[in-house]
Design a protein around this ligand. Sequence first.
Ligand SMILES: [Mg+2]
Length: 272
Amino acid sequence: MALSPLIERYDQLILDLDGCVWIGPEPIPGSIEAIAALRAAGKRIVFATNDPRHSAEDFVRKLWSLGAQASPADVVTVGGAVQHLLATTRPNRTAFVIGTEVMVEHVRSAGLRVLNGTDLASRAEVVIVAGTDRVTYDDLRNAALSVRRGADLIGTSRDPTYPMPDGPWPGTGALLAAVETAAERRGVTVGKPEPQLFATALDRLGDGRTLVVGDRLDTDIAAAAAARLDSALVLTGGTSAEQAAQAGERPEGEPRPSIVAASLGELVNGSP
Ligand SMILES: [Mg+2]
């Protein structure tokens, strides 16, 4: 497969996963072939995801199962970024975690004591909110009470949703908003559009002309703009063609994609 002249200009790419490479369990048509074509052409690739539910190793397994080559060093997750932040700024603190077991493990590995399931769960020093399909009213209460008592509130991102085959499902941003509303305090976030994931990705990629590819204006494209990287918006996930057209007319200074393509496959091929 020949690469489009547009893609030939770049040495390396930072690819989003949800809504760019796959939707839930299904690969987006053409995405796996596009990754193979990029690798065959010698382009370096790092995957950078705001999905906090799985580990880098989980994503590598999923990529391989769909037919795309990857190693753990190729995957930058927001869970890993939160672990790095906590390990460098808040080791030995106590934590309450809304998130999957993978997220809890990241927090433990950073050196914090996780209070979930103990009598002290509403008195944690740090509250971490990450997307999960296992969340209860008790979780929201313990998180909100801890924050009201002075805990730092850290979310993995503000993604309101993530794409699934039957429509967008509530994402980390929806859970974070619930805690913020109940605690009457705004937290900080680590994932895109904050620059950390792309800084880690660039560390791994090294120097070169870099293109970011993602499906969301408010995360992928905004983070690329903040990192002064070119970006391509694909319309297979969280952004409609109509929203993309409006983004093209945004004033100078607002995050705008350098390229809009129907899909990763079309971006890499240059044709639908
Ligand atoms: Mg995405």
